[in-house]
Structure formats: C-alpha cells, structure tokens
Design a protein around this ligand. Structure first.
Ligand code: UD1
Length: 375
C-alpha cells in the first residue's frame, strides 16, 4: 500500500492533521505514519491535544524543542532526512506555516518525495512574519496545494503556480471544531472559572511582533485592562508570552488588574468551551480568527494584517491593529451591541478531512471515488 507521512510540530498543527489522519484511516486505502518534530513539547502545548482530538500518539517523535529559527529548522531537517530514508513515504503531508512545515517540505523536495501542503495559499503579504516566509516557500515546492478558501487559490495563481496543482478543499481545522463542539460544551470550564455564557471575553497573544516588542506589548495589555474593566477577560498565556511578561516585570501588575484572568495554556476542548461561549475574542492567532467566524463570536485581530481575509470579508473578524485606543474603541462598540454577525465560508463544513483523503488517493493512484472537492 502507498504511504502518507504526516508532519506535526506545533500546537496549531494538531487540529489540522487529526481529521486527515482519521479520514485516511476510515477509508483504509493508504497506510500512514505520524511524525511529531517536538517543536512544541510542553504537555499543555502538545500532549493534551492528542487526547482531546482523539488522535493516536505519534509513530515517531523527534524531540527537537526550541531554538532560533535557523537552529530549529535545521535540526528538524537533519532528523527528518533520516526518517524519510527509512520510512520511504510516497507523499509527505504538511500543514500550516510553522517552522516544522517548511523544514519537512524542504527535505522532501530535495529527496524527490511529493509534498502536499494543507492550508496552502494564505498570504499576509508581510515578509517580516516568519510564518509568511514559511508559507511562500512551502507552497513553491509543494506538488499538491490544498486551499481553505478561494482567496488562497487566487494568491497561488497570481504567484504563477500551476492551477492543476490547486484544490479548494475547505478548512480542515473546522472539521475538528465541529466534531468536538458538543463535548466541549459539556465541560465545566465556565463554572470552574466563575463565568457566565456571553459574560466574558477571551484573549490570546503570542506573535513575536506583538509580545517581543515591549512598546507594542504594553499597549496591548493596557487596552486589555480597559476591556477588563467592563467584563472579565480570560487570557490563557502562551509560554513565549509568559516569558516576556516576566522579563518586562509585568506579572504582579497584571495579576492585580481587576477583571483580567491570566491562566495556563488550555487543552483543545477546554479552550473551545471557553471561546464558543465568549462575548468577544482578542487574538493574534490565525486559527482563532477562523474558529470565531464559525462560532459567530466577534473577533478583534490585534495585528496590522491577516492572511485569512475571508474571516473579515464574510466572517466576524475585524483587523484592528495594535493601537490601544483603536482597540478599546472597537471593543466598546462590540460590547455596546454593534459586533459583526458574519456568515460561514464555503466548504468550512466538517468534510475537509474526507476531501483531502480523496485527493491523496487520486494523487497516489488508488481509490476510484469521485472527488468531494469537485462537488
Ligand atoms: C509557533 C509558530 C507560530 C504558531 C505558534 C502557535 C513558527 C515560526 N511559529 O510559535 O506560527 O502560531 O507556534 O503556538 O513556527 N515554548 C515552551 N514550550 C513549548 C513550546 C515553546 O516553553 O512547548 C517557548 C520556548 O521558550 C520557545 C518559545 O516558546 O523558545 C517559542 O516557541 P517556538 O516554537 O519557537 O515559536 P512559537 O512562538 O510557539
């Protein structure tokens, strides 16, 4: 049987690979190997997601860990070359835009192994973001470009990539969300935090451009403190952000800010319970912009741009930038009842994993079913 080898590395990869792995396993026409690079390694940034998403433990764990971009990417490449040599995959499947994604694609391309990039074509057009470099380069060397929305197709075509390689399969992360939503809503997360449905806001911040720049980060925290004076703000803190808070000596002030609740990073189900019942979300994450669009929760993206414009064009997202006054004013308008309603984009319907599995069968010349993507 032909073999697909999946790469996961960092937190936002797990909820994208789980539905693909499940669909391939249910269809039974391909074998698969799951490789975890170890880019993220804390239990709360990694292990809990496997349990929450019902994903099997990785077949191979590289244990790479943290480092500079060059170190992290290079270490993943060195180890993956050995894995690809011994596993001999027929297709390497990478997702998203993290360093592990690009590292895997580079190794596969040099070894002549076909590559599929899931979540291809997203562009912020901001080359200062490491993720944008990872996206552009991964797409350039991928054989199958599986996109979440039509804007991504247009970006790839504008860059001169062959239309025959592009397939609009929809947003696979939303498969995970729809599959887990009911279970998440049964968790006691809100009562444990003393929150009422729609009575609080949720915040995540971890982009280097926001948390590594002291001025930008302090501005964002002051805007959050303002919002926290109107309703509780729950802020699960990413390890990178936790480090900056302590380096800047802000921990004590933040702990004392009324309404602001700093908590540890949450598992997938717990966080879904939190976001799906929030009044408002603040974020610089890509995934949360998409999840809030599907959940119908107003989202303020505290960045100057987004690689996911469909969440703004038809979803609930507003790209508000990092100016604290603008963030406060926009949040106030939403809390006063003027949040965007939004619609759910085409093919964000919980069937993307199945479409992807069918694309892999077609690409590898197995299975004869018509493609869902074409329906
Ligand atoms: C990475 C991705 C980013 C993604 C984010 C989601 C890249 C370039 N960035 O950013 O696109 O949105 O993951 O979380 O790939 N750390 C821990 N424990 C962990 C992991 C990280 O303490 O399990 C700390 C380390 O101090 C590390 C820092 O977080 O140095 C940053 O980790 P890294 O993987 O380099 O990037 P992220 O900021 O997590």
């Amino acid at each position: 049987m032909k073999k697909v080898l999946h790469i996961v590395g960092a937190r936002p990869n797990f909820m994208k690979v789980a539905p693909i792995h499940r669909a391939i396993s249910e269809r039974g026409s391909l074998t698969q190997t799951l490789v975890h690079t170890g880019q993220h390694y804390d239990v709360k940034m990694s292990d809990v997601f496997f349990t929450d998403l019902g994903m099997p433990a990785p077949d191979i764990h590289l244990g790479i860990g943290s480092g500079s971009h060059a170190e992290q990417t290079a270490k993943v490449m060195i180890e993956l070359e050995k894995v690809f040599t011994s596993e001999k995959p027929d297709l390497v499947s990478v997702v998203g835009d993290v360093n592990s994604t690009l590292a895997a694609a580079l190794v596969a391309a040099k070894m002549g192994i076909p590559i599929s990039h899931v979540e291809a074509g997203l562009r912020s057009f901001d080359r200062t973001m490491p993720e944008e470099i990872n996206r552009v380069l991964t797409d350039r060397i991928s054989d199958l470009l599986l996109t979440p929305s039509a804007d991504a197709d247009a970006n790839l075509i504008r860059e001169g990539l062959e239309p025959a390689r592009i397939r609009l399969v929809g947003n696979v992360m939303i498969d995970s969300l729809l599959a887990a939503r009911e279970k998440a809503l049964r968790l006691p997360t809100l009562s444990e935090l003393g929150l009422e449905p729609r009575g609080y806001a949720v915040c995540t911040l971890h982009r280097a451009s926001n948390v590594d720049d002291a001025k930008v980060f302090s501005g964002l925290l002051s805007a959050l403190s303002h919002v926290a004076s109107r309703l509780p703000v729950v802020f699960p803190v990413h390890p990178r952000t936790r480090k900056r808070i302590s380096e800047l000596g802000l921990a004590a002030t933040l702990e004392r800010t009324p309404g602001l609740r700093l908590v540890d990073p949450m598992g997938y189900l717990e966080f879904l319970a939190l976001t799906s019942q929030a009044r408002l979300a603040f974020t610089d994450s890509g995934g949360l912009q998409e999840e809030t669009t599907v959940l119908g929760i107003p989202c303020l993206t505290v960045r100057e741009n987004t690689e996911r414009p469909i969440t703004v064009d038809i979803g609930t997202n507003v790209v508000v930038g990092t100016d604290p006054v603008r963030i406060q004013q926009t949040a106030d308008r939403i809390l006063d009842g003027y949040g965007k309603k939004g619609r759910i984009p085409d093919r964000w319907d919980g069937r993307s994993g199945e479409r992807i599995a069918q694309e892999y069968e077609q690409f590898l010349g197995v299975g004869k079913t018509p493609r869902l993507a074409a329906v």
